[in-house]
Design a protein around this ligand. Structure first.
Ligand code: OAD
Length: 244
């Protein structure tokens, strides 16, 4: 990355008053959590999203989906925040008007110390009844089971509290994220592929409303093309350089 690009990004960051940070799976990659669409290592290069991350997949084989989510939960629980997550906490300390929006279902931003993170796609460690929506607290036995538990109220199956393909995002969360994107003067996009909507529209909303857009990613994406500045490289290296 050219030193001029980094300097320009630092200047924009210093001048900004309302910042939105929008993160995708790439911010957690250096913590050992696989992304979705990276060619060799991404989850969707090895697993079928239709079978494992859709309501019809869950209906067809609830046990398969359950065991896959338990495996992912285990991966995420073993992961620790990386220097990218930690740099974003320092940025928030300097700038109280910062909104952190993530597509990630891990809690590495929170583990690092970020507060009030908007999790657009839910949370791997939370569960709810697919019938009545009641939150469900997993017991160790339920975690180890081959099939999902059933709700104690309505006896429907319990499912992960994540957004699956074909499902809508929480409207209130999306509105909050949308408003923040419209009102910010700078959006920092980190490790997001920009392929999944409606989340991927947020950088476009910010750009359209006049914000400076900075993208951090080792591989250029559609969002890098849209950005005013593209900082090429892994988040765990670039964010500490940018933020200090
Ligand atoms: P993707 O897997 O689509 O994109 C991850 C991006 O991270 C890619 O552009 C990589 O180049 C980049 N990347 C890889 N390593 C990186 C690193 N060390 N630092 C920075 N960037 C890095 O993941 P998302 O865009 O997050 O949906 O995917 C969006 C949604 O698709 C996910 O939230 C998930 C999935 O289906 C749900 O779970 C509902």
């Amino acid at each position: 990355m050219a030193p001029d690009t980094l300097r320009a990004a630092r200047n924009h960051l210093a001048a900004a008053r309302h910042i939105v940070v929008f993160t995708g799976a790439g911010v957690s990659a250096e913590s050992g959590v696989p992304t979705f669409r990276d060619a060799q290592t991404g989850l969707w290069s090895r697993f079928d999203p239709e079978a494992l991350a859709s309501p019809q997949g869950f209906r067809a084989d609830p046990g398969l989906v359950w065991r896959w989510y338990m495996w992912r939960l285990h991966l995420v629980e073993a992961a620790r925040p990386n220097p990218g997550h930690l740099a974003l906490v320092r940025l928030a300390t300097r700038l109280p008007d910062l909104t952190l929006i993530t597509q990630n279902v891990d809690d590495l931003h929170e583990q690092a110390g970020s507060r009030d993170v908007l999790h657009l796609h839910g949370n791997l460690a939370r569960f709810r009844c697919q019938g009545c929506g009641l939150p469900h607290q997993l017991t160790p036995t339920e975690r180890a089971a081959a099939e999902p538990p059933t709700c104690s109220i309505c006896t429907e199956r319990v499912r992960p509290h994540v957004v699956w393909f074909g499902e809508e995002l929480d409207r209130q969360l999306l509105n909050q994220a949308w408003l923040a994107a419209e009102q910010c003067d700078l959006m920092l996009v980190v490790g997001a592929g920009g392929m999944v909507y409606p989340a991927a529209i947020l950088p476009r909303v910010a750009r359209q409303a006049g914000a400076i857009l900075i993208d951090i990613n080792p591989e250029p994406t559609q969002l890098s093309e849209l950005a005013h500045l593209y900082l090429q490289g892994p988040a765990g290296q670039i964010l500490p350089q940018l933020i200090g």
